[in-house]
Design a protein around this ligand. Structure first.
Ligand SMILES: [Zn+2]
Length: 57
């Protein structure tokens, strides 16, 4: 938890471009590719809070 930013685990470069975004089970799966070495890094993220959990009266 010391590093909040996403970086390539091979070369440490932070220049990751998103090549694909998929919604799975209410989450967002992103496939990123390192521009430096071509390493593919897949991340699973939660969508922005409040966007799909509105409480209607
Ligand atoms: Zn890399």
């Amino acid at each position: 938890m010391k590093d909040r930013g996403l970086a390539c685990d091979r070369c440490g470069c932070r220049h990751l471009e998103v090549v694909r975004t998929v919604r799975v089970f209410g989450k967002i799966k992103r496939r990123r590719r390192c521009r430096h070495c071509g390493r593919i890094v897949t991340t699973l993220e939660s969508p922005a809070r409040g966007s799909d959990s509105k409480k209607l009266p």
